[in-house]
Ligand binder design. Sequence first.
Ligand code: SF4
Ligand code: SF4
Length: 487
Amino acid sequence: MAQPQEPQGNAPPLLAPEEHVLSTLEHDGSRRWLKPKLSKGGFWHKRRVVAYLLIALYALLPHLSIGGKPVMLLDVAQRRFTIGGYTFLPTDTLLLAIFMVGMLLTVFLATALVGRVWCGWACPHTVYMEYLFRPIERFFDGTVGKGGVPRKKPSGARKAAKYAIYFLISLHLSNTFLAYFVGAETLHGWIFSSPAEHPGGFAIVAVVAAGMMFHFSYFREQLCIIACPYGRLQSALLDDHSRIVAYDVTRGEPRGRKRKSLPVVEQPPVGDCVDCKLCVHTCPTGIDIREGLQMECVNCTQCMDACDAVMRKLGRAPGLIRYSSQAADAGKPSTLLRPRTLIYPAILLVLAGAFAFLLGTKADFDAVLLRGKGQPFTVLEGGDIRNVFGVKLTNRADEAQTLRVELGPDAPRGTQMQPLHVELEPGQMETATVLVVAPAAEFLRNRGQVEVTLRVTDEAGDHRDIEGEMLGPDTARRPTPEKDTAR
Ligand code: SF4
Ligand code: SF4
Protein backbone atom coordinates (compact mmCIF):
# COMPACT_ATOMS: atom_id res chain seq x y z
CA MET A 1 0.00 0.00 0.00
CA ALA A 2 1.39 3.39 -0.94
CA GLN A 3 2.27 5.52 2.08
CA PRO A 4 1.86 9.31 1.94
CA GLN A 5 5.12 11.17 2.43
CA GLU A 6 5.57 14.16 4.71
CA PRO A 7 4.19 17.28 2.99
CA GLN A 8 6.75 19.98 2.25
CA GLY A 9 5.48 23.49 2.93
CA ASN A 10 1.97 23.85 1.55
CA ALA A 11 2.44 21.12 -1.05
CA PRO A 12 -0.05 18.19 -0.90
CA PRO A 13 1.42 14.91 0.42
CA LEU A 14 3.15 12.76 -2.20
CA LEU A 15 2.44 9.06 -2.52
CA ALA A 16 5.55 6.93 -2.21
CA PRO A 17 5.86 4.40 -5.07
CA GLU A 18 4.60 0.94 -4.17
CA GLU A 19 7.40 -0.77 -5.97
CA HIS A 20 10.68 -0.14 -7.67
CA VAL A 21 9.94 1.64 -10.97
CA LEU A 22 13.27 2.11 -12.74
CA SER A 23 16.70 1.09 -11.54
CA THR A 24 18.00 4.58 -12.26
CA LEU A 25 15.27 6.51 -10.46
CA GLU A 26 15.38 7.54 -6.82
CA HIS A 27 12.14 7.40 -4.84
CA ASP A 28 11.57 11.12 -5.35
CA GLY A 29 11.87 10.68 -9.13
CA SER A 30 15.36 12.16 -9.47
CA ARG A 31 18.09 10.40 -11.45
CA ARG A 32 20.11 7.79 -9.62
CA TRP A 33 23.59 8.15 -11.01
CA LEU A 34 25.26 4.81 -11.46
CA LYS A 35 28.92 4.34 -10.65
CA PRO A 36 29.25 0.56 -11.16
CA LYS A 37 32.05 -1.27 -9.41
CA LEU A 38 34.46 -3.07 -11.70
CA SER A 39 34.54 -6.88 -11.65
CA LYS A 40 37.62 -8.05 -13.53
CA GLY A 41 36.71 -11.69 -14.03
CA GLY A 42 37.20 -14.04 -16.94
CA PHE A 43 34.23 -12.69 -18.89
CA TRP A 44 35.40 -9.11 -18.44
CA HIS A 45 38.81 -10.00 -19.92
CA LYS A 46 37.26 -11.78 -22.92
CA ARG A 47 34.85 -8.93 -23.51
CA ARG A 48 37.74 -6.48 -23.37
CA VAL A 49 39.53 -8.29 -26.22
CA VAL A 50 36.33 -8.25 -28.32
CA ALA A 51 35.71 -4.58 -27.45
CA TYR A 52 39.17 -3.39 -28.50
CA LEU A 53 38.95 -5.35 -31.73
CA LEU A 54 35.57 -3.76 -32.48
CA ILE A 55 36.84 -0.26 -31.65
CA ALA A 56 39.76 -0.81 -34.04
CA LEU A 57 37.44 -2.23 -36.71
CA TYR A 58 35.04 0.71 -36.46
CA ALA A 59 37.91 3.19 -36.87
CA LEU A 60 39.60 1.30 -39.72
CA LEU A 61 36.62 0.17 -41.79
CA PRO A 62 36.16 3.42 -43.79
CA HIS A 63 39.88 3.24 -44.76
CA LEU A 64 39.82 -0.35 -46.03
CA SER A 65 39.12 -1.36 -49.61
CA ILE A 66 38.53 -4.52 -51.63
CA GLY A 67 39.49 -4.54 -55.31
CA GLY A 68 39.79 -0.74 -55.35
CA LYS A 69 36.35 -0.25 -53.78
CA PRO A 70 35.69 0.73 -50.17
CA VAL A 71 34.65 -2.04 -47.81
CA MET A 72 31.92 0.22 -46.48
CA LEU A 73 30.67 3.46 -48.01
CA LEU A 74 27.08 4.60 -47.55
CA ASP A 75 26.88 7.38 -50.11
CA VAL A 76 23.41 8.68 -49.30
CA ALA A 77 23.73 11.75 -51.55
CA GLN A 78 24.39 9.61 -54.65
CA ARG A 79 22.16 6.78 -53.37
CA ARG A 80 25.02 4.27 -53.72
CA PHE A 81 25.81 1.87 -50.90
CA THR A 82 29.05 -0.07 -51.06
CA ILE A 83 29.13 -2.98 -48.63
CA GLY A 84 31.92 -5.54 -48.69
CA GLY A 85 33.22 -4.09 -51.97
CA TYR A 86 29.90 -4.48 -53.80
CA THR A 87 27.99 -1.35 -54.77
CA PHE A 88 24.22 -1.35 -54.47
CA LEU A 89 22.58 1.18 -56.81
CA PRO A 90 19.07 2.67 -56.55
CA THR A 91 17.94 -0.01 -59.04
CA ASP A 92 18.95 -2.74 -56.57
CA THR A 93 15.95 -2.27 -54.31
CA LEU A 94 15.17 -5.99 -54.30
CA LEU A 95 18.76 -6.94 -53.43
CA LEU A 96 18.89 -4.36 -50.65
CA ALA A 97 15.51 -5.46 -49.31
CA ILE A 98 16.67 -9.10 -49.21
CA PHE A 99 19.90 -8.01 -47.51
CA MET A 100 18.06 -5.98 -44.85
CA VAL A 101 15.49 -8.72 -44.16
CA GLY A 102 18.39 -11.19 -43.92
CA MET A 103 20.15 -8.98 -41.36
CA LEU A 104 16.98 -8.67 -39.32
CA LEU A 105 16.39 -12.41 -39.34
CA THR A 106 20.02 -13.02 -38.36
CA VAL A 107 19.48 -10.79 -35.31
CA PHE A 108 16.29 -12.72 -34.48
CA LEU A 109 18.07 -16.06 -34.83
CA ALA A 110 21.09 -14.94 -32.78
CA THR A 111 18.78 -13.65 -30.03
CA ALA A 112 16.81 -16.90 -29.98
CA LEU A 113 20.04 -18.90 -29.64
CA VAL A 114 22.38 -16.81 -27.51
CA GLY A 115 20.10 -14.13 -26.08
CA ARG A 116 21.28 -10.54 -25.86
CA VAL A 117 24.88 -11.33 -26.69
CA TRP A 118 24.90 -8.30 -29.00
CA CYS A 119 24.04 -5.94 -26.10
CA GLY A 120 26.69 -7.26 -23.77
CA TRP A 121 29.53 -7.94 -26.18
CA ALA A 122 29.21 -5.87 -29.34
CA CYS A 123 26.77 -2.96 -29.05
CA PRO A 124 28.71 0.29 -29.67
CA HIS A 125 27.17 1.81 -26.53
CA THR A 126 28.46 -1.03 -24.30
CA VAL A 127 31.81 -1.25 -26.05
CA TYR A 128 32.64 2.46 -25.88
CA MET A 129 31.00 3.09 -22.51
CA GLU A 130 32.56 0.21 -20.61
CA TYR A 131 35.95 0.03 -22.31
CA LEU A 132 36.72 3.66 -23.19
CA PHE A 133 34.62 6.28 -21.42
CA ARG A 134 34.16 4.47 -18.09
CA PRO A 135 37.91 3.70 -17.68
CA ILE A 136 38.68 7.38 -18.39
CA GLU A 137 36.08 8.42 -15.83
CA ARG A 138 37.51 6.01 -13.26
CA PHE A 139 40.99 7.39 -13.90
CA PHE A 140 39.94 10.99 -13.27
CA ASP A 141 37.60 10.07 -10.38
CA GLY A 142 40.41 8.17 -8.68
CA THR A 143 38.58 4.82 -8.75
CA VAL A 144 40.63 3.21 -11.51
CA GLY A 145 40.80 -0.57 -11.25
CA LYS A 146 37.86 -0.90 -8.86
CA GLY A 147 35.11 1.49 -10.00
CA GLY A 148 32.36 2.59 -7.65
CA VAL A 149 31.71 5.99 -6.08
CA PRO A 150 34.87 8.07 -5.51
CA ARG A 151 35.82 8.59 -1.85
CA LYS A 152 36.24 12.32 -2.33
CA LYS A 153 34.80 14.58 -4.97
CA PRO A 154 37.12 14.98 -7.96
CA SER A 155 38.57 18.50 -8.31
CA GLY A 156 37.36 20.94 -10.96
CA ALA A 157 40.61 20.51 -12.90
CA ARG A 158 40.17 16.73 -13.03
CA LYS A 159 36.59 17.11 -14.21
CA ALA A 160 37.64 19.60 -16.90
CA ALA A 161 40.40 17.24 -18.08
CA LYS A 162 37.93 14.33 -18.20
CA TYR A 163 35.43 16.24 -20.32
CA ALA A 164 38.19 17.55 -22.59
CA ILE A 165 39.22 13.95 -23.34
CA TYR A 166 35.57 12.95 -23.79
CA PHE A 167 35.29 15.76 -26.31
CA LEU A 168 38.36 14.67 -28.27
CA ILE A 169 37.08 11.10 -28.46
CA SER A 170 33.61 12.29 -29.47
CA LEU A 171 35.20 14.40 -32.20
CA HIS A 172 37.14 11.38 -33.46
CA LEU A 173 34.01 9.22 -33.38
CA SER A 174 31.92 11.78 -35.25
CA ASN A 175 34.61 12.16 -37.93
CA THR A 176 34.80 8.37 -38.29
CA PHE A 177 31.00 8.28 -38.50
CA LEU A 178 31.06 10.84 -41.32
CA ALA A 179 33.76 8.84 -43.15
CA TYR A 180 31.23 6.02 -43.59
CA PHE A 181 29.03 8.39 -45.61
CA VAL A 182 31.53 10.45 -47.60
CA GLY A 183 34.61 8.21 -47.71
CA ALA A 184 37.93 8.55 -45.89
CA GLU A 185 39.61 10.56 -48.68
CA THR A 186 36.87 13.18 -48.87
CA LEU A 187 36.86 13.48 -45.09
CA HIS A 188 40.63 13.90 -45.04
CA GLY A 189 40.30 16.78 -47.52
CA TRP A 190 37.55 18.37 -45.46
CA ILE A 191 39.55 18.16 -42.22
CA PHE A 192 42.33 20.23 -43.77
CA SER A 193 40.10 22.83 -45.41
CA SER A 194 37.82 25.58 -44.16
CA PRO A 195 34.39 24.48 -42.80
CA ALA A 196 32.88 27.13 -45.11
CA GLU A 197 33.79 24.87 -48.07
CA HIS A 198 31.72 21.96 -46.70
CA PRO A 199 29.17 23.38 -44.26
CA GLY A 200 26.94 20.29 -44.45
CA GLY A 201 29.74 17.91 -43.45
CA PHE A 202 30.91 20.29 -40.73
CA ALA A 203 27.37 20.51 -39.32
CA ILE A 204 27.07 16.69 -39.26
CA VAL A 205 30.39 16.35 -37.38
CA ALA A 206 29.36 19.06 -34.89
CA VAL A 207 25.91 17.53 -34.26
CA VAL A 208 27.21 13.95 -33.95
CA ALA A 209 30.06 15.04 -31.64
CA ALA A 210 27.57 16.92 -29.45
CA GLY A 211 25.31 13.85 -29.45
CA MET A 212 28.22 11.61 -28.39
CA MET A 213 29.18 14.00 -25.59
CA PHE A 214 25.59 14.09 -24.39
CA HIS A 215 25.27 10.33 -24.55
CA PHE A 216 28.51 9.26 -22.92
CA SER A 217 28.55 12.04 -20.28
CA TYR A 218 24.88 12.15 -19.36
CA PHE A 219 22.42 9.80 -21.06
CA ARG A 220 24.45 6.58 -20.71
CA GLU A 221 22.47 3.52 -19.52
CA GLN A 222 19.22 5.39 -20.19
CA LEU A 223 19.69 4.37 -23.83
CA CYS A 224 19.32 0.67 -22.88
CA ILE A 225 16.60 1.26 -20.32
CA ILE A 226 14.24 3.69 -22.01
CA ALA A 227 15.29 4.29 -25.62
CA CYS A 228 16.60 1.16 -27.35
CA PRO A 229 13.84 -0.90 -29.01
CA TYR A 230 15.92 -4.10 -28.99
CA GLY A 231 15.57 -4.60 -25.22
CA ARG A 232 11.84 -4.10 -25.52
CA LEU A 233 11.62 -6.80 -28.17
CA GLN A 234 13.36 -9.20 -25.78
CA SER A 235 10.15 -10.86 -24.61
CA ALA A 236 9.17 -11.59 -28.21
CA LEU A 237 12.61 -12.66 -29.43
CA LEU A 238 13.62 -14.86 -26.51
CA ASP A 239 12.03 -18.18 -25.69
CA ASP A 240 12.44 -20.52 -22.74
CA HIS A 241 15.58 -22.07 -24.21
CA SER A 242 17.40 -18.86 -25.18
CA ARG A 243 20.58 -18.13 -23.30
CA ILE A 244 20.22 -15.53 -20.55
CA VAL A 245 22.23 -14.34 -17.57
CA ALA A 246 20.41 -15.92 -14.62
CA TYR A 247 20.70 -16.29 -10.87
CA ASP A 248 20.30 -19.83 -9.52
CA VAL A 249 17.45 -19.32 -7.08
CA THR A 250 17.44 -22.93 -5.86
CA ARG A 251 21.09 -22.76 -4.92
CA GLY A 252 21.20 -19.15 -3.73
CA GLU A 253 18.06 -18.85 -1.58
CA PRO A 254 17.37 -18.20 1.18
CA ARG A 255 20.08 -15.61 0.93
CA GLY A 256 22.04 -14.55 3.99
CA ARG A 257 25.10 -15.33 6.10
CA LYS A 258 25.61 -17.79 8.86
CA ARG A 259 25.33 -16.09 12.24
CA LYS A 260 28.50 -16.52 14.24
CA SER A 261 26.59 -15.87 17.47
CA LEU A 262 24.36 -18.93 16.98
CA PRO A 263 25.38 -22.58 17.46
CA VAL A 264 25.28 -24.75 14.34
CA VAL A 265 22.00 -26.48 15.24
CA GLU A 266 20.22 -23.15 15.64
CA GLN A 267 21.48 -21.67 12.36
CA PRO A 268 18.60 -20.75 10.04
CA PRO A 269 18.95 -22.48 6.65
CA VAL A 270 20.82 -20.31 4.13
CA GLY A 271 21.65 -20.73 0.46
CA ASP A 272 24.91 -19.84 -1.27
CA CYS A 273 24.01 -16.16 -1.78
CA VAL A 274 25.57 -14.21 1.09
CA ASP A 275 23.64 -11.09 0.07
CA CYS A 276 26.83 -9.08 -0.40
CA LYS A 277 25.08 -7.16 -3.22
CA LEU A 278 28.27 -7.02 -5.30
CA CYS A 279 26.25 -8.25 -8.29
CA VAL A 280 24.03 -5.17 -7.92
CA HIS A 281 26.86 -2.70 -7.35
CA THR A 282 28.70 -3.90 -10.44
CA CYS A 283 25.68 -3.75 -12.76
CA PRO A 284 25.91 -0.94 -15.37
CA THR A 285 22.11 -0.70 -15.52
CA GLY A 286 21.68 -0.81 -11.74
CA ILE A 287 19.43 -3.87 -11.51
CA ASP A 288 19.42 -6.85 -9.16
CA ILE A 289 19.61 -9.99 -11.31
CA ARG A 290 18.36 -12.02 -8.34
CA GLU A 291 14.90 -10.61 -9.10
CA GLY A 292 14.81 -12.63 -12.31
CA LEU A 293 14.98 -11.88 -16.05
CA GLN A 294 14.61 -8.15 -16.65
CA MET A 295 14.43 -5.97 -19.72
CA GLU A 296 17.25 -3.80 -18.33
CA CYS A 297 19.71 -6.69 -18.27
CA VAL A 298 22.10 -6.23 -21.19
CA ASN A 299 23.86 -9.55 -20.51
CA CYS A 300 27.15 -7.79 -19.80
CA THR A 301 28.27 -10.63 -17.46
CA GLN A 302 29.65 -8.23 -14.83
CA CYS A 303 27.41 -9.76 -12.13
CA MET A 304 28.66 -13.22 -13.14
CA ASP A 305 32.27 -12.12 -12.68
CA ALA A 306 31.45 -10.40 -9.37
CA CYS A 307 29.59 -13.37 -7.93
CA ASP A 308 32.18 -15.91 -9.13
CA ALA A 309 34.85 -13.95 -7.25
CA VAL A 310 32.72 -14.02 -4.07
CA MET A 311 32.06 -17.75 -4.41
CA ARG A 312 35.75 -18.51 -4.92
CA LYS A 313 36.64 -16.45 -1.84
CA LEU A 314 34.14 -18.51 0.16
CA GLY A 315 35.48 -21.77 -1.28
CA ARG A 316 32.22 -22.48 -3.11
CA ALA A 317 31.65 -23.43 -6.73
CA PRO A 318 31.29 -20.47 -9.13
CA GLY A 319 28.20 -20.13 -11.32
CA LEU A 320 25.60 -18.94 -8.81
CA ILE A 321 24.93 -16.33 -11.49
CA ARG A 322 25.66 -17.88 -14.88
CA TYR A 323 24.64 -18.22 -18.48
CA SER A 324 21.52 -20.36 -18.39
CA SER A 325 18.02 -20.49 -19.86
CA GLN A 326 14.55 -20.22 -18.39
CA ALA A 327 13.97 -23.90 -19.25
CA ALA A 328 17.19 -24.99 -17.52
CA ASP A 329 16.29 -22.90 -14.46
CA ALA A 330 12.94 -24.71 -14.32
CA GLY A 331 14.77 -28.07 -14.45
CA LYS A 332 13.69 -28.85 -18.01
CA PRO A 333 16.17 -30.13 -20.63
CA SER A 334 17.50 -27.42 -22.94
CA THR A 335 17.34 -27.92 -26.68
CA LEU A 336 18.76 -26.11 -29.66
CA LEU A 337 16.05 -27.38 -32.00
CA ARG A 338 12.91 -25.31 -31.61
CA PRO A 339 10.44 -23.99 -34.22
CA ARG A 340 12.10 -20.58 -34.37
CA THR A 341 15.65 -21.95 -34.59
CA LEU A 342 14.54 -24.08 -37.55
CA ILE A 343 12.29 -21.59 -39.33
CA TYR A 344 14.69 -18.61 -39.20
CA PRO A 345 17.62 -20.52 -40.78
CA ALA A 346 15.29 -22.00 -43.41
CA ILE A 347 14.10 -18.52 -44.45
CA LEU A 348 17.68 -17.25 -44.31
CA LEU A 349 18.77 -20.03 -46.64
CA VAL A 350 16.06 -19.11 -49.16
CA LEU A 351 17.01 -15.43 -48.91
CA ALA A 352 20.72 -16.23 -49.33
CA GLY A 353 19.91 -18.30 -52.44
CA ALA A 354 17.77 -15.53 -53.94
CA PHE A 355 20.46 -12.95 -53.13
CA ALA A 356 23.22 -15.04 -54.73
CA PHE A 357 21.08 -15.70 -57.82
CA LEU A 358 20.16 -12.03 -58.32
CA LEU A 359 23.75 -10.95 -57.75
CA GLY A 360 25.15 -13.60 -60.11
CA THR A 361 22.77 -12.73 -62.95
CA LYS A 362 23.25 -8.95 -62.75
CA ALA A 363 24.47 -7.49 -66.08
CA ASP A 364 26.88 -4.56 -66.33
CA PHE A 365 23.95 -2.25 -66.92
CA ASP A 366 20.29 -1.89 -65.97
CA ALA A 367 17.61 -0.81 -68.45
CA VAL A 368 13.98 -0.01 -67.71
CA LEU A 369 11.40 1.20 -70.23
CA LEU A 370 9.11 3.97 -68.98
CA ARG A 371 6.19 5.63 -70.66
CA GLY A 372 6.99 9.22 -71.58
CA LYS A 373 5.14 12.10 -69.96
CA GLY A 374 2.55 14.18 -71.81
CA GLN A 375 -0.02 12.98 -74.30
CA PRO A 376 0.04 9.20 -74.82
CA PHE A 377 0.51 9.29 -78.59
CA THR A 378 0.66 11.60 -81.56
CA VAL A 379 -0.97 10.98 -84.96
CA LEU A 380 1.58 12.01 -87.56
CA GLU A 381 0.92 13.28 -91.05
CA GLY A 382 0.17 10.19 -93.09
CA GLY A 383 -1.56 8.46 -90.16
CA ASP A 384 1.39 6.81 -88.42
CA ILE A 385 1.33 6.77 -84.60
CA ARG A 386 4.22 8.08 -82.51
CA ASN A 387 4.80 7.19 -78.85
CA VAL A 388 7.35 8.74 -76.50
CA PHE A 389 9.26 6.45 -74.11
CA GLY A 390 11.94 7.01 -71.53
CA VAL A 391 14.73 4.41 -71.29
CA LYS A 392 16.22 4.53 -67.81
CA LEU A 393 19.81 3.31 -68.07
CA THR A 394 22.26 2.61 -65.23
CA ASN A 395 25.92 1.81 -65.77
CA ARG A 396 26.79 -0.84 -63.17
CA ALA A 397 30.34 -1.35 -64.52
CA ASP A 398 33.42 0.14 -62.88
CA GLU A 399 34.37 1.90 -66.13
CA ALA A 400 32.54 4.40 -68.33
CA GLN A 401 30.66 2.76 -71.19
CA THR A 402 28.40 3.65 -74.10
CA LEU A 403 25.07 1.86 -74.40
CA ARG A 404 23.23 1.53 -77.70
CA VAL A 405 19.43 1.63 -77.68
CA GLU A 406 17.56 0.43 -80.77
CA LEU A 407 14.44 -1.40 -81.87
CA GLY A 408 14.35 -5.04 -80.89
CA PRO A 409 14.34 -7.79 -83.52
CA ASP A 410 10.65 -8.63 -82.95
CA ALA A 411 9.33 -5.12 -83.56
CA PRO A 412 6.07 -5.03 -85.54
CA ARG A 413 6.36 -4.52 -89.27
CA GLY A 414 6.96 -0.89 -90.27
CA THR A 415 7.94 0.26 -86.78
CA GLN A 416 10.77 2.78 -86.73
CA MET A 417 13.09 4.30 -84.19
CA GLN A 418 16.28 6.33 -84.41
CA PRO A 419 19.01 4.32 -82.55
CA LEU A 420 20.60 6.13 -79.61
CA HIS A 421 24.07 6.03 -78.03
CA VAL A 422 24.21 6.97 -74.37
CA GLU A 423 27.55 7.54 -72.62
CA LEU A 424 27.53 6.79 -68.91
CA GLU A 425 30.14 7.16 -66.16
CA PRO A 426 30.52 4.31 -63.63
CA GLY A 427 27.35 4.13 -61.52
CA GLN A 428 25.69 6.92 -63.53
CA MET A 429 21.98 6.73 -64.18
CA GLU A 430 20.25 8.56 -67.01
CA THR A 431 16.86 8.48 -68.68
CA ALA A 432 17.07 8.83 -72.47
CA THR A 433 14.00 9.83 -74.49
CA VAL A 434 13.14 7.68 -77.51
CA LEU A 435 10.44 8.17 -80.13
CA VAL A 436 8.87 5.02 -81.62
CA VAL A 437 6.65 5.25 -84.68
CA ALA A 438 4.32 2.46 -85.83
CA PRO A 439 1.83 2.33 -88.73
CA ALA A 440 -1.82 2.91 -87.73
CA ALA A 441 -2.69 -0.40 -89.44
CA GLU A 442 -0.75 -2.25 -86.72
CA PHE A 443 -3.08 -0.86 -84.04
CA LEU A 444 -6.14 -1.92 -86.03
CA ARG A 445 -4.76 -5.39 -86.69
CA ASN A 446 -3.89 -5.91 -83.03
CA ARG A 447 -7.10 -4.45 -81.53
CA GLY A 448 -5.33 -1.28 -80.53
CA GLN A 449 -2.47 -3.01 -78.71
CA VAL A 450 1.03 -2.92 -80.15
CA GLU A 451 3.80 -4.54 -78.19
CA VAL A 452 7.22 -3.09 -78.81
CA THR A 453 10.64 -4.35 -77.79
CA LEU A 454 13.76 -2.20 -77.48
CA ARG A 455 17.23 -3.70 -77.35
CA VAL A 456 20.02 -2.19 -75.21
CA THR A 457 23.56 -3.35 -76.00
CA ASP A 458 26.75 -2.57 -74.10
CA GLU A 459 30.29 -2.24 -75.49
CA ALA A 460 31.01 -5.92 -74.83
CA GLY A 461 28.07 -6.91 -77.06
CA ASP A 462 25.84 -8.09 -74.20
CA HIS A 463 22.25 -7.03 -74.69
CA ARG A 464 18.93 -6.86 -72.88
CA ASP A 465 15.49 -6.59 -74.46
CA ILE A 466 12.96 -4.39 -72.69
CA GLU A 467 9.30 -4.51 -73.60
CA GLY A 468 6.51 -1.95 -73.55
CA GLU A 469 3.13 -1.28 -75.04
CA MET A 470 2.49 1.41 -77.64
CA LEU A 471 -0.77 3.32 -77.37
CA GLY A 472 -2.85 4.18 -80.40
CA PRO A 473 -6.26 5.79 -81.09
CA ASP A 474 -8.19 2.73 -79.86
CA THR A 475 -6.27 2.40 -76.62
CA ALA A 476 -5.94 6.03 -75.63
CA ARG A 477 -8.59 5.84 -72.93
CA ARG A 478 -7.07 2.87 -71.09
CA PRO A 479 -3.77 3.83 -69.44
CA THR A 480 -2.89 7.28 -68.16
CA PRO A 481 0.03 8.91 -69.98
CA GLU A 482 2.27 8.74 -66.85
CA LYS A 483 1.60 5.10 -66.20
CA ASP A 484 4.69 2.91 -66.59
CA THR A 485 3.65 -0.07 -68.66
CA ALA A 486 7.20 -1.24 -69.26
CA ARG A 487 8.30 -4.63 -68.02
S1 SF4 B 1 27.29 -11.39 -5.78
FE1 SF4 B 1 26.54 -13.48 -5.51
S2 SF4 B 1 26.62 -13.75 -3.33
FE2 SF4 B 1 26.75 -11.57 -3.62
S3 SF4 B 1 24.62 -10.88 -3.53
FE3 SF4 B 1 25.06 -11.29 -5.65
S4 SF4 B 1 24.35 -13.38 -5.97
FE4 SF4 B 1 24.55 -13.08 -3.75
S1 SF4 C 1 22.22 -8.02 -14.40
FE1 SF4 C 1 24.31 -8.73 -14.73
S2 SF4 C 1 24.43 -9.19 -16.90
FE2 SF4 C 1 22.57 -8.01 -16.58
S3 SF4 C 1 23.22 -5.91 -17.01
FE3 SF4 C 1 23.41 -6.22 -14.80
S4 SF4 C 1 25.53 -6.88 -14.51
FE4 SF4 C 1 25.10 -7.09 -16.66
